[in-house]
Design a protein. Structure first.
Lengths: 230, 473, 211
């Protein structure tokens, strides 16, 4: 998704990591983690894609992912897919240790909170469901945002309600998904923020899509884009 | 999903009054719960959840043992346990007993298990009068509707709806003041309680070491149902059993807080059989009906059997962003919300409503609030896989299956994936960076159309990430 | 036999055989908080008053009697056969009918009077709860049918909470057919989420703590 629709997010993430002194590599063979198939009940197809992912990232000591939902798919659901293949399962468990969601990587591996960013905006943060509930991420992005110069963070009430994306749910139950998005919009607009920040491109696509349809001037940014701002 | 399911969701989403009623009622219950399980209110909340889960797990894994122990203890005090495999057997038993005793009037307290088997309809069909006594259930009985929510059955009814129902059924002048409506119901139902031959209750818990049932309520109708009539019949699913009375110290601490945001419900009754010699009141006869109705079908699968841990608190409903939009009556069976979404396919088969496990964004809020830690999202995912396997077997939804096969194939052939991306990008409108509200015909496939019906699409970037990255190197 | 059929299905599904032994259930850790009697009274009072119940504390049985007399002035009442009520002289107050032992009469009188007066076996401080075991001394309907309920209870019956209750009474079934935990007045919010009290059980509850 980042590759085809939001390349800015990928570039921003690479830029932040390089600024911190990391050598960033992008294995060209990568495509997808297989989550759309898995969530839609197509386990065989998901397994095929997951296998490809495993192979592509076999030799990388650290893999940083600009998406909570993809990270969660890899670290929580790959094992489920390869339950019956003990050898592959070993490789999966090894992979799980090497994969990090972006904000988690910064705060826990790179151990930084101030990346020297600047963004003069009033911002609100959307806790994506996978990041929040499957990965337990709540503080890391907020600590990172706290160090962005000029940025004012206003919390939504509530910040934890689902934006309504849910993968194929968004098109299978479009009207319902849209209704959930609009409820999210109400919470966003209530804060008066000009920008919504999140860890997940899929949430951002849902939220920005709804904002745009509603004709609202609020924009969305991935955390990486905020942290890359100077 | 079925057309029916789609239509019900659509109708509910389009009803502004209903949306408000559902949202505000669940908000109140949700906030109530949050206030009472927070760190200050209940510091050992997570530990209690873990304990509750462990007790349920142990019990379900040894269900036969505990049912037999329960039965022994009920019988030892003169009560009777009746195993029923389905609703027909339940009503057959009750009708048989009613006939033997010359019983005509039955009062009922709230029981989702009896809703499962349409007990009232069956009894009424055979000429018995069976009156719901929980106010919300009474209203729903007059309206000939199923409960809208496990804990708040008439959540969607306004005082004007109630006034109309009462006027029509009780032949009273129109009364829209809620307190007066409540007092009217109290008067009407009081007569029923005191005249009833049989009281039928559910059971929140069956206590194996005591041969007792536990009833949790706020109104007092369950107490009256089980104390005034001479015969008490409790109908419960076989999964309701817990090993010891002491286990209630864990479950009661979680149940009311999770359900309604109360420390304890107003009345918690621990009923161990008919009245004892010397006791002044209470029933003379005590029966417990243990219902299977498909529960044994859930037992073999280690993961899915967690569904049977449910203590029917309703917390998952109150927190579910989907339930809070589509409400209880969009669901195809009596159980709604996240628990309904996993229970129904397992009882009725996945083909009963194949869309049901997909009617979720998998946000995980339900699993987070479940007091007995049922991993609802995981079971939803498992059921989705079951639906697709069934569809493959029956040759249904071939196009979707093909689409995902193509997806898997593309995603394992990076060059082709990249090419497909370029083609799609070239066909899509936009170049001014604005989000897109419509696309030309070749791209306007059903998923795209569905997306665009509600929100805009991002414009394709001039270059994909990998193109930009290559340029950089 | 349906019973055997169902049990068989269960065992097959679980991979168990008939009569197979079962490991002990997970231990329930009943932690008894250390709360002094005065703190218990304060907690009980706060909890029940938050629920619109009334709590009075008196030092002597005579005072308890006087309070009840004032509360039922001009009203009809049924008192349970709890020995404590007799000790307080409440059973013999004017307007109070006591000593009922027959079910039909109990039901008839409790449906007719304004107030039901009883004692309680225990109270739970952390939730403002009365614990009432059905017996020859305490009928179920006294605390259920009349629109108002008064409980007169000596302080020493105040427990800290559910854990202490189930520690003291691990097997309530051995003592009674009915143990009820009463926490505040009967209530419902079934219509438009508006709270109404006294829908089937008593809408008014008063606890008189003696000691």
């Amino acid at each position: 998704m980042v590759d085809q629709l939001f390349p800015k997010v990928g570039m921003a993430m690479a830029s932040v990591l390089e600024q911190l002194g990391y050598q960033v590599d992008f294995p060209e063979n990568q495509t997808c983690c297989g989550q759309p198939a898995f969530n839609s009940g197509y386990r065989d197809e998901a397994r095929t894609v997951a296998r490809h992912f495993l192979k592509t990232f076999e030799n990388y000591p650290r893999i940083v992912v600009p998406s909570g939902s993809c990270t969660s798919m890899i670290v929580h659901h790959f094992a489920e897919l390869f339950r019956k293949e003990p050898q592959t399962l070993d490789r999966v468990h090894d992979l799980e240790k090497r994969v990090f969601e972006f904000s988690t990587f910064l705060t826990e591996i790179a151990r930084v909170e101030d990346v020297g960013a600047r963004l003069d905006e009033v911002v609100t943060f959307h806790d994506g469901c996978h990041s929040l509930r499957e990965l337990g991420i709540r503080n890391a992005p907020r600590r990172l945002l706290a160090h962005v110069r000029g940025l004012e963070l206003r919390e939504m009430q509530p910040s934890e309600e689902c934006c309504g994306f849910g993968g194929t749910f968004a098109v299978k139950f479009a009207e319902l998904s849209g209704a959930m998005a609009r409820t999210k919009l109400d919470a966003i607009l209530e804060t008066g923020a000009s920008t919504v920040v999140s860890l997940d491109p899929s949430c951002l696509m849902q939220i920005q899509g709804a904002l745009s349809r509603a004709g609202k001037p609020v924009r969305t940014l991935h955390l990486a884009e905020v942290l890359a701002s100077r | 999903m079925s057309v029916e399911f789609d239509r019900k969701i659509h109708d509910t989403l389009g009803d502004a009054n209903l949306q408000l009623a559902i949202y505000t009622s669940t908000a109140r219950l949700k906030q109530g719960r949050i206030a009472l399980v927070g760190d200050e209110a209940l510091p050992d909340y997570q530990e209690l959840r873990t304990q509750a889960n462990a007790i349920k797990k142990h019990t379900i894994e040894n269900l036969d043992h505990y049912l037999e122990e329960f039965e022994r203890n009920v019988v030892a005090r003169g009560g009777k346990v009746v195993y029923c495999k389905d609703g027909t057997e339940v009503s057959d038993f009750i009708l048989g007993l009613a006939k033997e005793r010359g019983a005509r009037l039955i009062v009922k307290s709230k029981s989702m298990t009896t809703e499962e088997v349409d007990l009232n309809e069956r009894l009424e069909h055979h000429g018995l009068e069976s009156v719901e006594t929980d106010l919300g259930e009474y209203i729903m009985q007059l309206a000939h509707e199923k409960p809208y929510h496990i804990v708040a059955p008439a959540l969607h009814k306004t005082r004007y709806d109630v006034a109309e129902l009462f006027t029509r059924n009780l032949h009273v002048p129109n009364e829209t003041v809620i307190e007066k409506q409540t007092m009217l119901a109290r008067r009407v139902l009081r007569e029923k309680f005191l005249a009833a031959d049989i009281g039928i209750s559910g059971a929140n818990f069956l206590v194996a070491d005591s041969g007792a049932i536990v009833l949790v309520e706020n109104e007092g109708n369950a107490r009256l149902t089980t104390s005034a009539p001479k015969i008490h019949i409790a109908v419960a699913g076989i999964e309701k059993v817990i090993p010891r009375a002491q286990d209630l110290a864990v479950f009661l601490k979680l149940l009311a807080r999770s359900a309604t945001g109360q420390l304890l419900s107003v009345y918690t009754s621990f009923l161990a059989g008919a009245r004892r010699p010397g006791e002044i009141d209470g029933p003379d006869e005590f029966y417990v009906i243990l219902l299977d109705n498909g529960r044994t079908r859930l037992l073999p699968d280690r993961e899915k059997r967690q569904t049977l841990y449910c203590i029917r608190c309703g917390a998952c409903l109150n927190t579910c962003p989907v339930y809070r939009k589509i409400g209880g009556h969009s669901f195809p069976w009596v159980y709604s919300g996240p628990i309904g979404a996993i229970l129904t396919p397992q009882f009725m088969g996945v083909s009963h409503e194949p869309g049901l496990p997909f009617a979720s964004s998998l946000c995980g809020a339900c699993g987070e609030v479940c007091p007995v830690k049922i991993d609802i999202p995981k079971i939803l995912l498992d059921l989705r896989s079951d639906v697709k396997k069934a569809e493959a077997r029956d040759g249904q939804n071939r196009l979707e299956k093909l689409a995902f096969r193509v997806f898997a194939w593309l995603m394992t052939h990076p060059r082709l994936y990249e090419m497909a991306g370029r083609i799609a990008a070239s066909l899509a409108p936009g170049g001014d960076g604005k989000w897109i509200s419509s696309v030309p015909a070749p791209l306007n496939l059903p998923p795209v159309r569905a997306w665009l019906s509600q929100r805009d699409l991002p414009p394709p970037p001039a270059q994909s990430f990998r193109e930009q990255w290559r340029r950089r190197q | 036999m349906i019973r055997d059929h169902i049990l068989h299905r269960i065992r097959t599904a679980l991979g168990r055989s008939a009569g197979q032994a079962v490991a002990d259930p997970p231990p329930v850790r009943l932690v008894l908080p250390d709360v002094d009697p005065e703190a218990r009274v304060r907690s009980f009072t706060l909890r029940l008053e938050t629920l619109a119940g009334k709590v009075h504390r008196v030092a002597t049985k005579e005072e308890a009697r006087a309070l009840v007399a004032a509360a039922i002035e001009g009203k009809t009442a049924v008192a349970s056969n709890a020995p404590y009520l007799a000790e307080c002289g409440i059973a013999s107050l004017p307007g109070v009918e006591s000593g009922i032992t027959g079910r039909d009469r109990m039901q008839e009188r409790c449906s007719a009077v304004d107030v039901g007066i009883g004692s309680a076996d225990y109270m739970l401080a952390d939730t403002g709860t009365l614990v009432m075991l059905s017996s020859a001394q305490e009928a179920r309907l006294v605390s259920l049918l009349p629109p108002a309920h008064i409980a007169v209870v000596p302080l020493e019956r105040m427990l800290t909470g559910l854990e202490e209750l189930f520690t003291l009474l691990p097997r309530p079934a051995e003592l009674t057919s009915s143990m009820v935990l009463i926490t505040g007045p009967s209530r419902t919010a079934d219509i438009e989420q508006i709270l109404v009290r006294g829908v089937h059980g008593p809408g008014q509850i008063t606890v008189i703590l003696v000691g």
